[in-house]
Design a protein around this ligand. Structure first.
Ligand code: ATP
Ligand code: MG
Length: 425
């Protein structure tokens, strides 16, 4: 197989495992190939059966290798689950009245990221949100300004050490090295949000099979996150129980005939369903939607409760961007917009070239986003690509360069429960 400057994003979801192989272009990524396998051993985004999960990963990755012709040694893995949480922190450094340089900005962010982290947690991301200089708040980039005291505010995202380790072990069992681990909505956001939305304020809601991940962006920065343990699979289960059909049949009915709310127009239209004993039966669409609508409303209400906890998110100028497979449910966008009182659109991955038909639509936002850089990280693409082409031992260090300013998490080392700074030079 040929060696190439390719990056593999591995989305280990509750419903599917998806490996996307892509190379970076000036404006986004070019998909070289992809492999998708039904998920197994994952519940609500977290590994519950190592063997089943690593088999599903191996299957998706082998398929991606065949599809792209690239030998995959290392992946950027996405992680989610109720164990992922975020909190704010701040830290300051002295500047002595001179002009602030890039190194000063980094030092301030490092100071903000130096916090106590319990031994059972690991840092995924340290994301700067804003700076203040001698008391002047709301500075997005202090480089070039002069002052005495530079304070950085950051959002730190941590994951449970055990779920993170288990995901890494599953990848290793499948013969893969994990170069970096990215919180799934951070990756999805790269694929579906525009810079303008991040700037003006937007809430990304990634509704998968087992989890709904929420991330609020404003002024170009991620400000809050939340993970809720509900997703499209709950709708499938409700239909299976309500109509007394198999999960597979409930999934089919949901995708082909389901809707988030009753529009009235085809309430009495008949839907043919197959019962577990292979007998055919008929129900009305109204019956189906009366099962689905309360669950959809509950999901949106839970999202609303989380959004209410994020300062400023309930008035986000660009509203809500829905992505993930369950966002495809008919009427879900309209129901969300009306319940949340915010504009809502479906987030389809953008900025993709090459064989994009392999990974089209909201279910692939995370997988594609895992191969994408932040817009200001272009300069590091070649270095990272070189690591992917075989310099496996260097991957971790190179990835830390890659996340240079936007995310300093890889420059930290945990010792005895405290997050310690590790020399980056
Ligand atoms: N056209 C559709 N209409 C309704 N639901 C859909 C449609 N397509 C996919 N889904 C649902 O989307 C869910 C899967 O979404 P996705 O692939 O984003 O999940 P995942 O990434 O595997 O899971 P998670 O992110 O929760 O770990 C399933 O519940 C599936 O039934
Ligand atoms: Mg997902």
């Amino acid at each position: 197989m040929k060696k190439t400057a390719a990056i593999t994003g591995l989305d280990v979801g509750t419903t599917k495992v998806c490996a996307v192989v892509a190379e970076r272009t000036g404006s986004g990524v070019r998909v070289l190939g992809a492999g998708i396998s039904p998920s197994s051993g994952i519940r609500k985004g977290t590994v519950v059966n190592m063997e089943a999960a690593s088999d599903a990963i191996a299957k998706a990755v082998r398929e991606a290798e065949l599809s792209s012709g690239v030998r995959i040694a290392s992946v950027t893995a996405g992680i989610s689950g109720g164990h992922v949480t975020g909190f704010h922190s701040a830290g300051a450094i002295g500047i002595q009245g001179r002009e602030i340089r890039e190194e000063d900005r980094e030092r301030a962010v490092e100071a903000a990221g130096t916090v106590y982290i319990p031994l059972d947690r690991e840092v995924l991301h340290v994301l700067p949100t804003e700076f203040s200089l001698d008391g002047q708040e709301g500075i997005l980039d202090p480089v070039g300004m002069s002052g005495v005291r530079l304070e950085a505010k950051v959002h730190i995202i941590t994951a449970g050490a055990a779920p993170l380790r288990n995901l890494t072990k599953c990848c290793e069992r499948a013969g893969l090295q994990v170069g970096a681990t990215v919180f799934q909505p951070v990756a999805s956001a790269r694929a579906v949000l525009t810079d303008d939305e991040r700037e003006a304020g937007v809430v990304l809601v990634d509704i998968g099979g087992g989890t709904t991940d929420i991330a609020f962006f404003r002024d170009g920065c991620l400000r809050n996150i939340s993970v809720i343990g509900v997703g499209g699979n709950h709708l499938t289960n409700d239909i299976a129980v309500g109509l007394k059909v198999t999960i597979a049949e409930a999934e089919r009915i949901k995708k082909t005939k389901g809707a988030a709310f009753e529009s009235g127009a085809d309430r009495d239209a008949g839907i043919e369903i197959t019962l577990p004993d292979e007998q055919l039966a008929s129900i009305s669409r109204g019956d189906l939607i009366s099962i689905m609508q309360p669950r959809c409303e509950e999901m949106i209400q839970l999202v609303q409760e989380e959004i209410a906890k994020f300062r400023g998110a309930d008035g986000a100028a660009c509203g809500v961007v829905l992505t993930g497979g369950a966002s495809l449910l008919g009427g879900f966008r309209r129901l969300a917009a009306s319940m949340l009182g915010l504009p809502a659109r479906i987030g389809n991955p953008a900025g993709i070239g090459g064989r994009r038909s392999l990974v089209e639509g909201p279910p692939y936002a995370t997988g594609i986003g895992l191969t994408m850089p932040e817009h200001y990280e272009e300069e590091h693409v070649d270095t990272y690509a070189a690591a992917m082409a075989g310099l496996a031992g260097k991957v971790k260090q190179r990835v830390s360069d890659f996340f240079r300013f936007s995310d300093l998490s890889h420059s930290y080392k945990k010792e005895g429960g405290t997050l310690c700074l590790k020399s980056r030079k």
